[in-house]
Design a protein around this ligand. Structure first.
Ligand SMILES: *Cc1c(COP(=O)(O)O)cnc(C)c1O
Length: 364
């Protein structure tokens, strides 16, 4: 599936894009109010429904993932928001809610951890919230949260679940319908291995009904407007047509039954990475994985370097050998680096990376 020159770029977003996908973007422009675009839209929507595991429409926004995070907040009914914060991106969700004028209660744990479900339940019982925000795969720490359980707790307590699966969707199981997620969003440039610039979201019928009444939801991210145009297989505004070509090529490549294979491939890449890091830890070359076992993302592993080893130097040394790793995010920059084993990477490309990384660590 992958070209021979594929497999050098392990940033946890944007991820490496296959040449075939890049080539698909060179097709000529079409009118976004034409039958050609409507057919393109329909193919993208059908393909994304299989990725999201939903029978509902998937809305496509010409924005980065953050746009759909803002949409989740703006379209949620009036009332306070409970934000589960365990890293930089879940913190951003809380920040967006504040910036949209919401009252936000934060439930925070140290970076790397996941928010205990008992704490979520206690917080939800103590006060009536309009919605709960959570990151499925927290890309800054590599922690994965049980968003099915979080959504159940939200529902049981009368709140909507707003789930950021930007680095989860396409690489880890997400069952939008079976888990009754009210608003689940992703971006094009993570596990879906598309160029940056598109964001996708699926909303429950209940959420959509509430959104239609939500005050101050603005225009660009008005979900009711997305829904209205989706019924015509169009977008409210001029879409990034070239990126839709790339999206169509990728969902066609995933195919009608490919999503489970994609999840399995990511599980294999993450298991390989975790076992390798554990081996390096035993040899004293790494301090281990930041996220606890049992709560680790299948798409990104955040690795702690031993005391005295600057993680930024590891990233630089690997770059000198032609491969790109992710630096530690924000305050974790000196002590961690990130391996993005997601998108169209394979066990083979990850193995090649680890074969380069091993000697670099040994030299530190
Ligand atoms: C990358 C990422 C985002 C932000 O996406 P942008 O496309 O940069 O706006 C949000 N949440 C998570 C978990 C991410 O990994």
């Amino acid at each position: 599936m992958t070209a021979p020159n594929f497999g050098t770029f392990f940033l946890p977003g944007p991820t490496e894009v296959r040449p075939e996908i890049l080539a698909a973007m060179t097709r000529p422009m079409i009118s976004h109010r034409s039958p050609e675009f409507e057919a393109l839209y329909a193919h993208c929507d059908e393909g994304l429904r299989r990725v999201f595991r939903t029978t509902r429409p998937v809305y496509m926004s010409s924005s980065s993932g953050t746009g759909m995070m803002e949409a989740a907040i703006r379209n949620a009914p009036a009332g306070p928001i409970l934000s589960l914060v365990n890293g930089a991106f879940s913190e951003r969700f809380a920040d967006i809610a504040r910036a949209c004028g919401r009252t936000v209660q934060v439930l925070e744990v140290p970076y790397g951890d996941v928010v205990p479900l008992e704490s979520v339940e206690t917080a939800l019982r103590a006060r009536r919230f309009a919605a709960v925000t959570a990151a499925h795969s927290e890309t800054s720490t590599g922690a994965a949260q049980d968003v099915q359980a979080i959504a159940e707790l939200a529902h049981a307590n009368g709140a909507f679940s707003l789930i950021d699966s930007v680095s989860g969707m396409g690489g880890m199981p997400v069952e939008t319908d079976a888990w009754s997620l009210d608003f689940v969003l992703t971006g094009s440039q993570k596990a879906l291995a598309l160029p940056p610039g598109l964001a996708f979201a699926c909303v429950s019928e209940r959420f959509l009904a509430a959104a239609r009444e939500a005050p101050g939801r603005g225009r660009y991210f008005d979900i009711a407007e997305f829904a209205q145009y989706a019924s015509k297989r169009q977008t409210p505004n001029t879409p990034a047509v070239s990126l839709f070509y790339a999206l169509e090529a990728q969902v066609t490549a995933i195919g009608p039954t490919g999503i489970e294979c994609r999840w399995a491939r990511h599980a294999a890449m993450s298991s390989l990475t975790h076992a390798w890091v554990e081996h390096q830890r035993q040899d004293g070359r790494l301090a281990g994985i930041l996220a606890p076992a049992g709560s680790r993302s299948a798409t990104v592993t955040v690795v702690r370097t031993p005391v005295g080893v600057d993680a930024r130097r590891v990233v630089d040394e690997v770059a000198r050998r032609g491969l790109t790793l992710g630096s530690g995010y924000g305050k974790l920059a000196a002590t961690t680096f990130r391996i993005g084993h997601m998108g169209d990477h394979t066990v083979e490309t990850v193995t090649r990376l680890l074969d380069v990384l091993g000697p670099v660590l040994a030299a530190q």
